[in-house]
Design a protein around this ligand. Structure first.
Ligand SMILES: [Mn+2]
Length: 319
C-alpha cells in the first residue's frame, strides 16, 4: 500500500498538506511543482489500496488522470477551490470542492479538521491573497496582532516561492520547502527554528519586489493597469505576488502582469480589482492556455502577436 500527496507548490497547497499530515502523518510520495504546473495527478501511478490526496489543483485539468486513478482502485481525497468540471461519482472518491471566492484549499482543509492546525490555514489564506478570510479565521482563533503580521508575511513568502516558469527559478523546490515545514504543527515555531529558510525567502522576496516596485505601467486607466516584465528569473518569481501587492495597494484597479517566457511566449497574471472580484478566469479563458478563478487568473503561454489583443480585451473588460 502506498500513499501519494499531490499538491500545488504555492502557499495554499503547501499549507493545506501541512494540516493534513499533522493530523494524519503518512510517509507519502510527494508530487508537486511550480505553481503553474497543475497537471500533476498524471504523475501518480496508484492501484488497489493506495491512498491519493490531491490539493489545490483544478479537477477539470486533471480529469483523465483522476478517472484512471479511481479506475485502478485507489482511494482519492480531493480538496480544491478551482473550477472542477464534472465531479465523478465514485465510491473511492471523497471530494471537498468549493469555488466561492472567499475560500481556498487551506481553509477547506481547516474546516474539515475543525480548526486543528488553524494557523497553517491562516498562513495559506494570506498566501492566496484572501486577506479578509485569513483575518476572519485569525479572529476566531484569537491570534494576537503581532503574530498575525508574521503569519501574513510567511504566507506571502511561501506563495512567492511557488512562482517561476521552471523549478530552477525558485529559491526552494516546493517539495523541499514542504519537507522543511513538515515538522511544525504551528508556523510560529517554524519561524523560530527555521530562521535560515525563512530569511532566504524574506530576502529574496524583498529584493525581487524592490525591483518590481521600480517598474512603471505600460498602460494605465482609472480601472486597469498593465505591466510588462522582461525575461529574467526575478520577474518570473515575482509576477504573481507583485500582482497581489498591486491589488492591495490599488483596490479599485484590475491588474495584468505580462512576463516574457524563455521560449518567447508570455505568461500573464490577471488580478481583478479587490472592489470587483469578477471575470479574471473568464477573460483569460479566451486565450490559449488561459484559465483560473474570478479574482485571480492567468495565461501560461500567450503568443507575442496576441499581446495587443489581450491588452485590448483586458482594458475593455474592466472599463
Ligand atoms: Mn489556492
Amino acid at each position: 500500500m502506498a500513499d501519494f500527496d499531490v499538491f500545488n507548490g504555492d502557499a495554499d497547497g503547501i499549507c493545506a498538506l501541512l494540516q493534513l499530515r499533522n493530523a494524519d502523518p503518512r510517509e507519502s510520495k510527494l508530487i508537486t511543482g511550480v505553481k503553474r504546473d497543475i497537471s500533476l495527478l498524471k504523475q501518480v501511478s496508484a492501484g488497489q489500496g493506495d491512498r491519493v490526496t490531491v490539493l489545490d489543483i483544478s479537477m477539470e485539468k486533471n480529469q483523465a488522470a483522476l478517472a484512471a486513478t479511481l479506475e485502478q482502485g485507489a482511494e482519492v481525497f480531493y480538496v480544491d477551490h478551482h473550477m472542477p468540471g464534472d465531479i465523478p461519482v465514485h465510491a473511492n472518491l471523497q471530494a471537498i470542492i468549493d469555488e466561492s471566492p472567499q475560500t481556498c484549499t487551506s481553509l477547506l482543509v481547516n474546516k474539515h479538521l475543525d480548526n486543528a492546525f488553524g494557523l497553517w490555514a491562516v498562513t495559506g489564506a494570506f498566501g492566496d491573497n484572501l486577506r479578509q478570510s485569513a483575518l476572519d479565521l485569525a479572529t476566531e482563533l484569537e491570534v494576537a496582532e503581532d503574530l498575525l503580521v508574521k503569519l501574513e508575511n510567511l504566507g506571502i513568502y511561501i506563495n512567492y516561492n511557488g512562482y517561476g516558469s521552471e523549478l530552477q527559478d525558485l529559491h526552494f523546490h516546493p517539495q523541499e520547502l514542504f519537507t522543511l515545514l513538515r515538522p511544525y504543527a504551528n508556523p510560529l515555531d517554524f519561524m523560530k527554528d527555521g530562521k535560515e529558510t525563512f530569511e532566504r525567502l524574506e530576502t529574496g522576496y524583498h529584493e525581487d519586489m524592490g525591483k518590481a516596485a521600480a517598474m512603471r505601467p505600460e498602460t494605465a486607466t482609472a480601472k486597469t493597469a498593465v505591466f510588462m516584465l522582461p525575461n529574467e528569473p526575478w520577474c518570473r518569481r515575482v509576477s504573481g505576488v507583485f500582482g497581489n501587492a498591486l491589488t492591495n495597494d490599488f483596490p479599485e484597479r484590475a491588474h495584468a502582469i505580462i512576463t516574457e517566457n524563455k521560449d518567447g511566449t508570455f505568461v500573464v497574471s490577471v488580478r481583478a480589482a479587490l472592489s470587483n472580484r469578477t471575470g479574471a478566469g473568464e477573460l483569460c479563458k479566451q486565450f490559449p492556455s488561459g484559465g483560473g478563478r474570478a479574482a485571480a487568473a492567468g495565461i501560461n503561454q500567450l503568443p507575442g502577436d496576441q499581446i495587443s489583443a489581450f491588452v485590448d480585451a483586458f482594458t475593455s473588460y474592466y472599463k
